[in-house]
Design a protein around this ligand. Structure first.
Ligand code: PHE
Ligand code: ZN
Length: 876
């Protein structure tokens, strides 16, 4: 078989044929679904008269192909790989095809497949070609009419995009519904759902007074988990009207929950399909974090209706055009709806652990890649999260009001079109009058920029000089990097904590300013500074960079107390903790006792005794840097030292501040009934972090407190926090019965069982890996279901670093075994799961060799295009 070929951005050619209309008929059957497609095509006025018609298809049983009613002879078309070419076609014609596909055999979950008893589709990015022969590219848009035929008993509900226009009965206990979607759309936004589903209905009146019917379709047993998503949807709809002036544009908006889904959810026009984990919520089964995640995803998919659907991408290299912008929109929505500083902290923590790692590894790519082998591999943290950071920088650069004028103009100008990243940035340049030419480099250059900052205080001259150097390390295919336009928000703090007034040339003096770094090295001088200040840099995380400044620990403690910027107060605490933990790691490596710096204990004591004005942020400040973030600081990762030092730091904090944690635990018990409100979430978060420190003290009564919280069974947030502490303790007599009780109680609920899996496989004890193998045999596990795979394998490889990186290589072997099996079943998930193995260069020689060995073992298989691309990059 030929090696999979890369596709290049610079090879882009506009489509030669446009679609006026697409008419589809599905005759559903698990084993053999018949798809008839009537495509009304027309040659593009600028295309050559001889231009061939090219369609895409994959694993289709072609039964009939005709042009204007004339069946094509086999000599009149050509199938090569995934394309079908007809050399001579009229200028305007009807292409009529019939294919047969087998949804029940579709384990890749792309195209039309079955999830339990439900038929559903996933077409982004290139799934539609598994449904029928089609110009499956995002720049070919058409209004769709879709008729779905199903069995009256097995598929009473038949859904597709748009509005239902006709329904009726057919012989043989069959029936049909026809749907019409008037908005032209690319095939990737097509959706079909059929099966026995129940509906929760609501409605929304738009700002201009139109009534929109809202429908949430779920399997009957999930009806008690729909309220939150519906409420979230309505909040998102209102927010998009208020913040972006965007109204919904059909009379019906549907969401469907399915159990088997590769990603979180999908923004199909008028018919969003959700992974059930990203939509179903209930206080008894769902944690606060999941409630918030669901709210964010419901909003994200809804927001795509404008940023993605009405204005879509010209080609898949432009993926960040819709994803970066839409993530930014959902982040802002969540910040407005919940605790804004905590939302920022969470987003940054995700970005700078996992996205920074991606950007430093073998699969690093620009936010707009210039080539790919398999586009499914590019639904990454870089495209989504770094893409959102770029939009955030843009808005900060031009100001929120100008940005809004820009987005209005963008939606108006490009409505109904498939466009590029440039179109978005150009509009922003136009409305602001700013030159964003240099800024565009953020889209083309991969890797995380490193800022090295130095401060110099000149006492005699009463001035402070800040020198900033930027440098981006090489990434695969991009050895030499150029300087970027980096907005650096900053301030200076006096020694008593007061913010100092900064007079920067040409700006009104204030205590906060944005420095524009555009060269490799720049210097700024602040005059009239009477005593040595403490600089607060990169406030609000104003750019997705790593920043170094030689702060002393006392200076960090100062920032933690006094910085006006909430984000930087948190960041200073993280930096302080990091230096303390790194010192302990050094002691660990030298075989010495690990002592936690008293300054961190003092800092925590201070935090715990502050008036609790922002409990949500306080809880975040009390969380030590994650093992993943500590690892990011090391040139060679020492997983054992990281784990041991972090654990020892927690224990010493617990011993020193026991009474404070105990007080905080009791002071934050909920009195009201559960609600996922920001206030309650903050209190639970603080209470549960306090409890986790308490149990780290080793005092036996603390596990009794956890047991009591577990047994009180008030809500999943508290239950799961307590279960985790019990299950991760050395007290099997407490952990095992709790695990058993939880597993029995929730055996009927797959989403809760995922939490049960995740809790067990993150045990730090050395038996964790054996437990993963054991749980893979559990009846609730199935390798065919992506949620189960993520909960059991994904959680283990990501969050149980000491056990995944076991010296005997058993963790690597386990992951490779799973990846090899998934390669046959679900290539997209296989290519995602393999990521931890691809980072082998970050580890010691022995581990790196073991990891590389497993990659070689995988490489010897017959690989899907997805896995081929990732494995080759990793081993290159
Ligand atoms: N476009 C979806 C989103 O971000 C993600 C997705 C991609 C879902 C590919 C399925 C397949 O909202
Ligand atoms: Zn999206």
């Amino acid at each position: 078989m030929a090696e999979p070929q890369a596709i290049y951005l610079h090879d882009y050619q506009p489509p030669a044929y446009r679609l006026e209309r697409t008419e589809l008929t599905f005759d559903l059957n698990e084993k053999a679904t018949r798809v008839r497609a009537r495509l009304h095509l027309q040659r593009h006025p600028e295309a050559e008269a001889q231009a061939p018609l090219v369609l895409w298809g994959c694993e289709l049983g072609l039964e009939r192909i005709a042009i204007d009613g004339q069946p094509l002879l086999e000599s009149e078309y050509r199938i090569e790989g995934e394309t079908l070419t007809v050399e001579r076609v009229p200028e305007r014609f009807l292409l009529d095809t019939e294919v047969v596909i087998e949804p029940a055999a579709n384990t890749a979950l792309e195209g039309l497949y079955v999830s339990g008893p439900i038929f559903c589709t996933q077409c982004e990015p290139e799934g539609f070609r598994r449904i029928t022969w089609y110009p499956d590219r995002p720049d070919v848009l058409a209004p769709f009419t879709t008729t779905v035929i199903g069995d009256r008993d097995r598929e009473p509900v038949l859904l597709s995009n748009g509005n239902p226009v006709e329904r009726g009965e057919l012989p043989g206990n069959r029936h049909f519904v026809s749907w019409q979607d008037p908005h032209p759309k690319p095939a990737y936004l097509f959706a079909l759902v059929a099966g026995k589903l129940d509906c929760v209905r609501d409605s929304f009146t738009t700002a201009s007074g139109r009534e929109v019917a809202l429908e949430l379709w779920v399997e009957e047993e999930n009806l008690h988990k729909t309220e939150w998503a519906m409420a979230s949807l309505k909040r998102a709809m209102r927010w998009d009207e208020q913040s972006y002036g965007r109204e919904y544009d059909l009379d019906l908006f549907m969401i469907v929950a399915v159990n088997d889904f590769n990603m979180g959810a999908m923004e199909n026009k008028g018919l969003n399909i959700f992974n059930s984990a990203a939509v179903l919520a209930n206080p008894q089964t769902t944690t606060d974090a999941a409630f918030q995640r669901i709210e964010g995803i419901v909003a994200h998919e809804y927001f795509h209706n404008w940023s993605g659907n009405r204005v879509t991408c010209r080609d898949w290299f432009q993926l960040a055009l819709k994803e970066g912008f839409t993530v930014f929109r959902d982040q802002t929505f969540s910040a407005d709806t919940n605790s804004a500083p905590v939302k920022r902290i969470e987003d940054v923590a995700l970005l700078r652990t996992l996205q920074f790692a991606e950007d430093a590894g073998p699969t690093a790519h620009p936010v707009r890649p210039d080539h790919f082998i398999e586009i499914s591999n590019f639904y990454t943290l870089t495209i989504y999260e770094k893409g959102a950071e770029i939009v955030r920088m843009l808005r900060n650069l031009i100001g929120a009001e100008t940005f809004r004028r820009g987005s209005d103009r963008y939606f108006e100008r490009f409505d109904g079109q498939a466009v590029r990243v440039e179109d978005f940035v150009d509009v922003m340049a136009e409305v602001s009058g700013l030159d964003l030419g240099l800024f565009m480099r953020w889209y083309s250059q991969a890797g995380t920029p490193q800022l090295d900052c130095r401060g110099e205080y000149d006492e005699a001259g009463q001035r402070f000089t800040l020198t900033v150097r930027q440098h981006t390390p090489p990434t695969p295919g991009q050895p030499d990097k150029l300087p970027l336009h980096i907005p650096l928000r900053m301030g200076l703090l006096g020694d008593d904590g007061t913010p100092l007034t900064l007079s920067v040339d040409g700006e009104t003096p204030g205590t906060d300013t944005v420095l524009h770094l555009t060269e490799a090295e720049q210097q700024w001088t602040f005059e009239g500074i009477e005593r040595a200040p403490v600089p607060s840099l990169l406030r609000g995380f104003s750019a997705p960079v790593r920043l170094d400044y030689p702060w002393s620990r006392d200076e960090l403690a100062h920032l933690m107390r006094f910085d006006e910027d909430g984000f930087n107060r948190w960041d200073a605490t993280q930096r302080l903790a990091l230096t303390a933990i790194e010192e302990m790691m050094t002691a660990h490596a030298a075989g010495e006792t690990m002592h936690l710096d008293a300054r961190l204990i003092d800092a925590f004591r201070y935090l715990l005794n502050q008036p609790a004005d922002d409990r949500a942020v306080l809880a975040e400040m009390l969380r030590l840097p994650s093992e993943a973030w500590i690892a990011e600081q090391q040139s060679q990762v020492d997983v054992d030292a990281i784990h041991a030092a972090r654990r020892a730091a927690i224990e010493q904090l617990a011993d020193s501040l026991y009474a404070d944690f105990e007080r905080v635990y009791h002071a934050n018990q909920s009195t009201a009934g559960y609600a996922p409100t920001p206030e309650q979430i903050a209190a639970r978060s603080l209470k549960n972090i306090a409890l986790s420190y308490l149990t780290a003290s080793g005092e036996p009564e603390t596990l009794a407190m956890a047991k009591a919280q577990f047994e009180a069974d008030d809500n999943m947030t508290d239950v799961r926090a307590a279960l985790t502490l019990l299950a991760h303790s050395d007290r099997a007599d407490l952990g095992d019965p709790a695990i058993r009780a939880f597993g029995e109680r929730w055996s009927h609920d797959a989403l809760v069982m995922d939490q049960w899996f995740a809790t067990q496989v993150t045990r730090p004890q050395p038996d964790a890996l054996e437990r993963v193998r054991f749980l893979m045999q559990h009846p609730a596990f199935s390798i065919k279901n992506p949620n189960r795979v993520r909960a059991l394998i994904g959680t283990f490889t990501r969050d149980n670093r000491v056990n995944f990186h076991r010296r005997d290589g058993a963790g690597y072997r386990l992951l490779a075994d799973v990846v090899i099996e998934l390669n046959r079943l679900n290539p997209e998930i296989a290519a995602r799961m393999i990521a931890p193995l691809t980072r082998f260069r970050r580890f010691d020689e022995a581990r790196a060799a073991l990891m590389r060995g497993e990659l070689e073992r995988i490489r010897a298989e017959k690989l899907s295009r997805n896995l081929h691309e990732v494995v080759e990059k990793a081993l290159a």
